[in-house]
Write a protein that binds this ligand. Structure first.
Ligand code: S3P
Length: 164
């Protein structure tokens, strides 16, 4: 695996991950998609039927499998919140890149998104509080902190490949 992208919901992990993989001429995997495939149901349904802890268990298993593969991996916004995941991300030799985005950018991107259970459940101030709590975890797991607010996906990929 060549790179792992982390960051809050709406930080651009999937968009940038796909573009980065293209640029590196390698495969792209999205952890949420792998979980959906394995579970045979959408994330909203996994949360609704089994709850978040069950989802986190699937996520943890799927992360381990995905990290054995090649290419670029886009994680879910909550992946580094599981201590075991944070540990493997921190200690893995694979470069971990945090796509950092401001509160305003995130809100603009995720507000009204019905496919993200936490966006459905939480009020705006709660969602931002979650973002702020998680930022410490992203920072701890990251080898590169990539501020994204002022950059297009193409420029972000350029900056990442320059660093890699
Ligand atoms: C989550 C983020 C989602 C998905 C799930 C939980 C989170 O991924 O894994 O809805 O806890 O932040 P994205 O960051 O790709 O939206």
């Amino acid at each position: 695996m060549e790179a792992i992208l982390i960051g809050f919901m709406g930080s651009g992990k999937t968009t940038v991950g796909q573009l980065l993989a293209q640029r590196l001429q390698t495969a792209h995997a999205d952890l949420d998609d792998l979980i959906v495939q394995a579970a045979g149901r959408p994330i909203t349904q996994i949360f609704a039927e089994h709850g978040e802890p069950y989802f986190r268990g699937l996520e943890q298993q799927t992360l381990r499998q995905a990290m054995r593969g090649a290419g670029v991996l886009s994680t879910g916004g909550g992946t580094p919140t599981v201590a075991a995941n944070a540990t493997i991300l921190t200690h893995s030799p694979i470069p971990v890149i945090w796509l950092q985005a401001s509160d305003a950018t995130i809100l603009k991107r995720v507000t009204g998104d019905t496919q993200r259970p936490l966006v459905n459940e939480l009020k705006v101030d709660e969602l931002l509080a979650l973002k702020h709590r998680r930022e410490r975890l992203y920072a701890a797991a990251a080898d590169l902190i990539m501020p994204t607010d002022a950059l297009t996906p193409v420029k972000i990929v350029q900056a990442i490949t320059d660093w890699l």
